[in-house]
Ligand binder design. Structure first.
Ligand code: FES
Ligand code: FES
Length: 161
């Protein structure tokens, strides 16, 4: 049986207006391109990281419209709210300090996604329950096994509020 392969050489490029960390940003990309690639490749924001590319690890997490989202799974053309990335926190955010204090970073690859999931949780509810904290971080995988230290850090931030 003959197999016919077709290659499409055309690429759809759209002008997309985004709000990233409070700043208007316009990009010219294929609207199906994941937001993660736009952040990294078009806007030079490297905090969100590529881990699995399938929505399973959380290393690409950013906040869109107040919700923690997996940016590897969100097409740029479907973004419907302001985007907040870890770069907006600077480095002195209480969550970042608490993670350092708890020595939660081993290789550190997961941490930017974890920070953004935790921030989305605390933005919605500054005093979450233990179950809510665990649920919010459930989709963020740490291959170094730092989850207990991450939870300790989050508990410390909540207790200080
Ligand atoms: S890279 Fe997006 S969830 Fe893993
Ligand atoms: S600290 Fe290495 S993956 Fe989490």
């Amino acid at each position: 049986m003959a197999v016919r392969r077709e290659f499409r050489l055309t690429q759809v490029v759209s002008s997309i207006q985004l709000t990233v960390n409070g700043e208007p940003r316009r990009v010219h990309v294929d609207p199906d391109v994941p937001l993660l690639y736009v952040l990294r490749n078009e806007l030079g924001l490297f905090g969100a990281r590529y881990g699995c590319g399938t929505g399973s690890c959380g290393s690409c997490t950013v906040i869109v419209g107040g919700r923690a989202v997996r940016s590897c799974q969100l097409p740029a053309g479907m973004v419907s709210g302001p985007i907040t990335t870890v770069e907006s926190l600077g480095g002195n955010h209480p969550l970042q300090k608490a993670l350092i204090d708890a020595q939660a970073g081993q290789c550190g690859y997961c941490l930017t996604g974890i920070v953004m999931s935790a921030k989305a949780l605390l933005d919605a509810d500054p005093r979450p329950t233990e179950a809510q904290m665990r649920d919010a971080l459930d989709g963020n995988i740490c291959r170094c096994g730092s989850q207990p230290r991450v939870l300790r850090a989050l508990r410390a931030v909540v207790a200080a509020k």
